[in-house]
Design a protein around this ligand. Structure first.
Ligand code: ADP
Ligand code: MG
Length: 391
C-alpha cells in the first residue's frame, strides 16, 4: 500500500509559519539511486502529509503486507518534510528564502545540510548547473533585495570560505595560509584570524570562488567506497549596510549568513575505519554532537526549560556562536536515502535531527500516524472492493 501523500486528514494539521521560527528543522529524502535499485534496495522512508516521515525496518517480514507487526516502524515529525518529488526551488522556498529579509535587517542566519555521505547534502546546497541549490538561490535573492533597496541604502558584501577538518580550520580561498585560529574581538564576537575575505558584488562571483575553494576540500574515500566529505565546509557571507548619505564610518547594520555543508554523519564504526579515519570519525561525531546540543538548547530557549548553551565544545559551534545565538535564524536540513540498505544510518539521522529540535507534537504525531495507517487500510479495502467487483 502506498502512503497517504497529503491526504486531507493530514493536511489540516499542519500550520507552522516558518517566518516566525528561530529554528527550523527540515528533512529531505532523496530519490532511490540507480545503484540502490541495482542492489535490490526498496524504499523504506515514506513522507506522510507535510511534516511526518515513517521509517520501516527492512528486517520486518516482507510477506506481512498488512504490516501487522508495527513495533519496529518509527515515525518522526519535522517542520517540513521533502521527498523525491520536491524540486530544488521547493526546498529553497520552504526553508531558506525567508532568511534573506532577516539578513538585510541585520540578523544572522545559518543553513546546515546534515546527513550521511551520499544522502544529498551537496545536492541541496550546491546542486547542479541546471538545478542550482540553496547557495545560488539565496545569494541571487540577497543581491536582488539589495538592488531593490539601493535608492536608500549602500551595501558592501564580502565572502569567506573555509573548512573544518579534524578540529582545524583551513581557508579554502587560500589553502597555503595553514591552520587558522578563532579569536574573540573586543565586542566578544568571534573572528577567524587571517581568513581571506573577498569583496563581491554578485552571486555568480561567489559561486565561482566557491567552486574554486571546493577543489581544496579534504575529501577521501572511506571503506564504504563512496567519496565522502570528511570536513565541514562553511560559506560565510557578510552584508554591511549604510543609509544613503550617512557620514558614519561604521556600518549601520551587519548581517551575516553562514551556509554549511556538514561532514558526513555516518559513524566511524559503520565505515570500518581504522587509524586516521577513526580519528576523523571521532572529531566529526564530536562536532556534530556539539552542534546538535547547541541547536537543541536554542530550541529550548524560548520554552520554559532554558539551558546553558556550550558553544566551546567544538570549533564548528565556536565559530557559529554569534550565528546560532541571539538575533539569528537557523535552518537545519537533514538528508536521508530512502533505501532499505541505508536503514541504520537513516534511523540515526532522523533521531539526531528530531532531537535537535525536540518538537513537542506528540498529539500531532499520533494523529498523523493514525491517518497514515487508515490510508493504508483504505488502499487495501479499495483493492479488495475491486476484486469483489471483478467476481
Ligand atoms: P552528500 O553531499 O550528502 O554526500 P550528494 O549531494 O553528493 O550527497 O548526493 C549523492 C548523489 O545523489 C549525487 O549523485 C546527487 O546528484 C544525487 N542526489 C542527491 N539528492 C538528490 C535529489 N534530491 N534529486 C536527485 N539526485 C540527488
Ligand atoms: Mg557532499
Amino acid at each position: 500500500p502506498s502512503p497517504a501523500r497529503g491526504s486531507p486528514a493530514t493536511r489540516e494539521l499542519t500550520a507552522t509559519e516558518p517566518k516566525d521560527q528561530q529554528l527550523m528543522v527540515a528533512l529531505r529524502i532523496r530519490p532511490l539511486s540507480d545503484a540502490e535499485l541495482e542492489e535490490g534496495a526498496t524504499p523504506i522512508a515514506h513522507k506522510v502529509g507535510d511534516q511526518m516521515v515513517v521509517l520501516m525496518d527492512p528486517g520486518e517480514d516482507p510477506e506481512d503486507t498488512l504490516r501487522t507487526h508495527r513495533s519496529r516502524e518509527k515515525t518522526f515529525i519535522f517542520d517540513t518534510v521533502f521527498d523525491q518529488h520536491a524540486s530544488q526551488e521547493d526546498v529553497y522556498c520552504a526553508t531558506t528564502q525567508h532568511l534573506v529579509e532577516g539578513i538585510l535587517s541585520g540578523y544572522n542566519a545559518t543553513v546546515f545540510a546534515y546527513g550521511p555521505s551520499g544522502a544529498g547534502k551537496t545536492y541541496t546546497m550546491l546542486g547542479l548547473d541546471a538545478e542550482p541549490g540553496i547557495y545560488l538561490r539565496t545569494l541571487a535573492d540577497l543581491f536582488q533585495a539589495m538592488e531593490e533597496t539601493s535608492d536608500n541604502m549602500d551595501y558592501s558584501v564580502s565572502m569567506s570560505y573555509l573548512e573544518i577538518y579534524n578540529e582545524v580550520i583551513r581557508d579554502l580561498l587560500n589553502p597555503s595560509s595553514g591552520f587558522l585560529e578563532l579569536r574573540e574581538d573586543s565586542r566578544g564576537s568571534i573572528q577567524i584570524a587571517g581568513i581571506t575575505e573577498v569583496s563581491t558584488s554578485n552571486a555568480q562571483e561567489i559561486m565561482q570562488l566557491l567552486t574554486k575553494g571546493n577543489r581544496q576540500r579534504t575529501q577521501e574515500p572511506t571503506a564504504t567506497n563512496r567519496t565522502s566529505s570528511r570536513s565541514h565546509a562553511v560559506l560565510q557571507v557578510t552584508v554591511r549596510q549604510w543609509s544613503r548619505g550617512s557620514e558614519l564610518a561604521e556600518a549601520v547594520r551587519v548581517g551575516r549568513l553562514f551556509m554549511v555543508d556538514l561532514a558526513g554523519s555516518e559513524r566511524a564504526s559503520q565505515t570500518q575505519n581504522q587509524g586516521k579515519r577513526m580519528k576523523e570519525g571521532a572529531h566529526i561525531n564530536r562536532s556534530l554532537l556539539a552542534l546538535g546540543n547547541c541547536i537543541n538548547a536554542l530550541s529550548e530557549k524560548s520554552g520554559s526549560r532554558a539551558q546553558y548553551v556550550n558553544f566551546r565544545d567544538s570549533k564548528l559551534t565556536r565559530l557559529l556562536k554569534d550565528a546560532l545565538g541571539g538575533n539569528s535564524r537557523t535552518v537545519m536540513i537533514a538528508h536521508i536515502s530512502p533505501a532499505s540498505t541505508h536503514f541504520e544510518e537513516s534511523r540515526t539521522t532522523l533521531l539526531y535531527a528530531y532531537r535537535a529540535k525536540n518538537i513537542k507534537t506528540r498529539v500531532k504525531r499520533n494523529l498523523l500516524s493514525v491517518s497514515y495507517h487508515i490510508a493504508q487500510y483504505t488502499d487495501v479495502i479499495s483493492a479488495l472492493r475491486r476484486e469483489i467487483e471483478r467476481l
